[in-house]
Design a protein around this ligand. Structure first.
Ligand SMILES: [Zn+2]
Ligand SMILES: [Zn+2]
Length: 148
């Protein structure tokens, strides 16, 4: 994966840069991601917080997750595109919604999480590991950066 990566919201007012290799890449099927993105699931890059810089007019919506953690999702205050999340479960990581990348085609999901909330009409890759809810935190925090 060539760094840095760049991305933006639909209107372009919010832009971000990813300068550190993601801990991993996942498809999240939780209901909150479904609502926040308007999609059946959210493809997310698990980006080290220290390697994520974002600029532009944003607002945050905060929910308390099933596990009691606070999850904030940041969206452009002009166009409403949700760009990334911030969970107290893993403070060092920002899940960035991969479809907002300038080059979303580089995304390579490595697992499916929150599959207990997955829509029955979604076809998942049977070869990927599946987690009923969150994957183990160490996966997000300590997994080796994906090789290219
Ligand atoms: Zn926007
Ligand atoms: Zn989710």
């Amino acid at each position: 994966m060539d760094l840095p990566l760049h991305g933006s919201c639909l209107c372009g007012a919010v832009r971000y840069e990813i300068s550190a290799a993601p801990y991993g890449q996942a498809d999240c099927h939780c209901r909150a991601c479904q609502h926040a993105t308007g999609g059946a699931y959210a493809p997310v890059l698990l980006v080290p917080a220290a390697g994520f810089r974002v600029t532009g007019p944003m607002r945050r919506h905060v929910v308390r997750g099933a596990s009691g953690n606070r999850v904030a999702r940041a969206f452009c205050e002009h166009c409403g595109t949700t760009l990334y999340a911030h969970t107290t479960r893993v403070e060092t990581m920002r899940p960035v919604y991969a479809v907002t990348l300038d080059r979303p085609e580089i995304f390579r999901p490595e697992l499916d999480c929150w599959v207990e909330a997955a829509q029955p009409w979604v076809a998942m890759d049977p070869a990927l590991p599946k987690f009923p809810r969150d994957p183990p935190a160490r996966l997000a925090e300590f997994a080796k950066p994906a090789a290219d």
